[in-house]
Design a protein around this ligand. Structure first.
Ligand code: PYR
Length: 369
């Protein structure tokens, strides 16, 4: 990258006084270079699914429950061997360096300072495992894989993720080609830095390459055997991410998947798809507790976390609000947004008369359609 097209990522590290996470996007827009901002904030096509991911939460109402004998709600929960302080974790997202110069190490430090949650490390990270560990400091992490077309390289990547301490692998299966991201096409967006984890299977480092180019060099023809390959080779639990139908959840469970990750990739892939929240309940019904469900796409408030858990998710993953907080305040911003969600969820739990996450999962939502 030459001096004149250097990407000037924000650098400030400070606590954030977050009123709500929706306005974080506007604040981040003012300081993040426009190509990077559009890449992070944007969706595909008309951005119908992107918008609906948030608005669809309004189709269900949380019933205020009174005289419920609740005080100081307890947000602790468990997934696999992890005891979590809160029922939310970091979603896997590529290229955090677009938001802040500290890249994924900044996000990781915010998460480790908050404690009691899980960092998802993207295969398309702009930082190496070693750099991320500087921030993560031994805290739990899951590794999200974009596979190579070459299984020997996949074994290599899985070996490294395991050596790094990943306790689960997330197979993203909804990105076999990029969604039509008009903003990126208009901006001629290319990543301003490389991707150390997957550069082994790219023609370059990832720097100055478009997402289309990188997806094209990753494995595009994914099938259920890939779940089995990853599971047997790594010996780790495997999530399949991008599930939006009961049929796909059932098929993945039939081949031994360990967790279903309900997501539409934050509205960045198939535009015109329903909101991720709109498909959650029917998927949870067929999964029927056999494996855990992680939910993402559209979480902006404690109410959204509550509604997702009450609709069958075991935990939720948060994406853009964390990235925008990283941009605005580096690792301290990330810690601030995790604290915001914790406090917001506790307030919602109190008003809904739910003392524990089990109570939230058993809460009845009112259909507002
Ligand atoms: C995305 O841009 O959505 C990726 O997952 C890389």
């Amino acid at each position: 990258m030459t001096e004149e097209n250097k990407y000037n990522a924000p650098q400030e590290v400070k606590d954030l006084n977050i009123i709500n996470t929706i306005e974080l996007e506007d604040f981040a827009k003012e300081i993040v270079p426009s190509g990077g901002f559009d890449y992070m904030a944007g969706g595909s096509g008309d951005e119908f699914t992107l918008r609906r991911n948030v608005s669809a939460f309004n189709q269900k109402g949380i019933l205020p429950r009174i005289a419920a004998d609740v005080e100081f709600p307890d947000t602790q929960t468990k997934i696999f061997e992890h005891n979590l302080k809160v029922p939310f974790i970091m979603a896997p997202i590529a290229a955090h360096g677009l938001a802040h110069e500290s890249k994924e190490a900044g996000t990781a430090k915010g998460i480790s300072e908050f404690g009691g949650t899980i960092m998802s490390i993207s295969a398309y990270s702009g930082a190496s495992f070693e750099e991320i560990e500087e921030g993560l400091a031994g805290n739990p992490r899951w590794f999200q894989i974009y596979m190579s077309k070459d299984d020997e390289l996949n074994k290599n990547i899985l070996d490294e993720a395991k050596a790094d301490g990943a306790s689960a692998i997330i197979l993203t299966a909804d990105a076999t080609v990029s969604g039509n991201r008009d903003r990126d096409t208009r901006n001629k967006f290319v990543y301003p830095f490389g991707m150390p984890i997957v550069s082994r299977y790219l023609t370059g480092s990832g720097e100055n390459m478009s997402l289309n180019n990188i997806y094209g060099q990753s494995k595009q023809k994914i099938d259920l055997k890939d779940i089995q390959f990853i599971k047997h080779y790594s010996g780790l639990p495997v999530f399949i991410k991008g599930v939006q139908t009961p049929e796909d959840a059932m098929a993945a469970i039939a081949v031994g998947v360990d967790g279903i990750w309900v997501s539409n990739h934050g509205g960045r892939q198939l535009d015109g798809a329903p909101a991720s929240f709109e498909v959650l309940e029917e998927i949870a019904e067929v999964v029927a507790g056999r494996v855990p469900i992680v939910f993402d796409s559209g979480i902006r408030r404690g109410e959204h976390i509550f509604k997702a858990l009450a609709s069958g998710a075991d935990i939720v993953a948060i994406g853009r609000p964390v990235l925008f907080s990283l941009a605005l305040g580096g690792w301290k911003g990330v810690k601030s947004v995790f604290e915001y969600f914790e406090n917001d969820l506790k307030r919602v739990m109190q008003l809904a008369g739910t003392q524990t996450i089990t109570d939230v999962k058993n809460a009845r939502l009112k259909d507002l359609k």
